[in-house]
Design a binder for this molecule. Structure first.
Ligand code: NCD
Length: 333
């Protein structure tokens, strides 16, 4: 079943690009060329200034309809996508899934085809099922630009790119950087996308630090070094990315207790001191204070957690405008 899904997703990768190699859907970082990742970062850089203006709008998506389709809870990701679309002058609809036709028995495909019939141009999709955005892009609505806003444990590509933008702002380049990703790697779509992006952009080393029960069995094939000891793993790193324990995805007891987890893997000032003195601390949010991160670190001088949120809008503006251009070009191919 899992292997089958992987095969389907790999086949769908080519779906992301049009014949000129432009983005027309943004589903996963996998197999995207480095130049395209850099183009996303450069485009996002140019949108940062828009967010600092008193009139925060550019007309790139004027007359386009963007539908936010969140089949799973989200605050930060959904609102920053909505703000990004509005700053690009698109019309935005947030579909309330709990009261939508899918709760009256309509299939996902039928709901989406109805939205397509209303001349929607872009769907932002978050789904608990890995592969759902690929399925929509390749089978259901290929004419609509699909942006993956997080699918199951598989991928969260815009989160990874906003993290890359934040790292690049602080560290200028990826070459030579040692990055540690700490905590619940097993259930984290964010970690998977970050690892791909960091490796593609040239980071020197990506470490994952976690207890055995939270390390995915394919971790070695991801090209990371694996640490079970937090202090060893943090030694001389440039970037620390903390992850939330994804309780909603855990089956059975993978951990003794949250208190015990914090003692061993929680980032406090004592453990942070093992990293380079100018190391930055990141977290995709939502943060759980006292579970994976201490307040003194989350709110401390090395934390860039709120910069990540601000950068999320610029990165999502970049991805949406690039995918819209690519989708329009694909239609005349
Ligand atoms: C992440 C997610 O939903 O995958 N959060 C986010 O997008 N800001 C990580 C998480 O939920 O822990």
């Amino acid at each position: 079943m899992e292997a089958n899904l992987d095969m389907q997703m790999n086949k769908a990768l080519s779906v992301q690009l049009n014949q000129q190699g432009q983005l027309k859907h943004f589903l996963t970082i996998d197999e995207l060329p480095r130049t395209l990742l850099e183009e996303i970062l450069d485009t996002a850089d140019s949108f940062i200034e828009v967010g600092q203006r008193s009139i925060k709008k550019v007309p790139l998506l004027r007359g386009k309809t963007v539908v936010n389709l969140f089949f799973e809870a989200s605050t930060r990701t959904r609102t920053t996508f909505e703000l990004a679309a509005k700053r690009l002058s698109a019309d935005v609809i947030n579909l309330d899934i709990s009261t939508s036709a899918t709760s009256k028995g309509e299939s996902l495909s039928d709901t989406l085809q109805n939205l397509e019939a209303m001349a929607s141009d872009m769907f932002i999709v978050r789904h608990a099922q890995s592969g759902a955005p690929h399925f929509i892009a390749s089978q259901v609505c290929p004419e609509v630009a699909i942006i993956n806003a997080g699918d199951g444990r598989h991928a969260h590509p815009t989160q990874a790119m906003l993290d890359m933008l934040t790292i690049r702002q602080r560290k200028q380049k990826f070459e030579g950087l040692v990055v540690a990703i700490v905590g619940d790697i097993l259930h984290s779509r964010v970690a998977r996308s970050q690892i791909r992006a960091l490796r593609m952009l040239g980071a020197a080393e990506v470490r994952i630090i976690a207890p055995n029960t939270l390390i995915p069995c394919d971790a070695e094939s991801l090209g990371v070094s694996i640490y079970r000891d937090m202090r060893n793993g943090l030694k001389d790193v440039d970037v620390i990315i903390m992850l939330r324990l994804q309780r909603e995805r855990m089956e059975g007891a993978l951990l003794p207790s949250e208190g015990e987890f914090f003692r061993v893997y929680g980032l406090d000032e004592e453990k942070l001191a093992y990293a380079k003195p100018d190391a930055i601390v990141m977290h995709p949010g939502p943060i759980n204070r006292g579970v994976e991160i201490a307040s003194e670190v989350a709110d401390g001088p090395q934390s860039v957690i709120l910069n990540q949120v601000t950068n999320g809008i610029a990165v999502r503006m970049a991805v949406m405008s690039m995918a819209m251009t690519g989708q329009i070009a694909a239609k005349s191919e």
